[in-house]
Design a protein around this ligand. Structure first.
Ligand code: DQA
Length: 151
């Protein structure tokens, strides 16, 4: 039996992780985050597709492409979280369980980061745990797609 596939999709500036505002986002690079996600996914017997783009349309296309093919989505849309109706609509169209992740605690930050369009399409949101949030999101999706929790 083939393993369920999870799309892990990252938005703008997350390619700069490690060097970008390390006091806010930590010193791990996106490659480190990907490696940790791959190791954890393997332990859960999940496959992952790990992607990053600075372009909103790429994120929309990848999320659309997950429909009917992937089992769930982990999404850190970066700044598009706070602006993008297009990403919200793509997530709604994908009809898959999605978990929203932010490295930082967006509610402790500037007011414009407190609102998330992504949250309207997400089962839940994990923020403030740095890169460990991705691992928590994979655990949450694992439980959701294997029917170990109700929603
Ligand atoms: C972020 C939070 C966003 O407000 C910000 O624009 C990012 C990263 C996070 O992971 O903490 O780029 O999504």
């Amino acid at each position: 039996m083939t393993a369920p596939v999870i799309l892990v999709v990252n938005g703008p500036n997350l390619n700069m992780l490690g060097s970008r505002q390390p006091e806010v986002y930590g010193r791990e690079t996106l490659a480190d985050v990907e490696a940790a996600c791959r190791a954890h996914a393997a332990a859960l017997r999940l496959d992952i597709e790990f992607r990053q783009s600075n372009h909103e349309g790429d994120l929309v296309t990848w999320i659309q492409g997950a429909r009917g093919r992937c089992a769930g989505i982990v999404v850190n849309a970066g700044a598009y979280t706070h602006t993008s109706v297009a990403i919200l609509d793509a997530l709604l169209a994908a009809e898959l369980p999605a978990v929203e992740v932010h490295l930082s605690n967006i509610h402790q930050r500037e007011g414009f980061r407190h609102h998330s369009f992504v949250s309207k399409a997400a089962k839940g949101m994990i923020c403030g745990f740095g890169s460990h949030g991705y691992i928590l999101a994979l655990d949450a999706l694992d439980r959701l797609i294997r029917g170990k929790c109700e929603k």
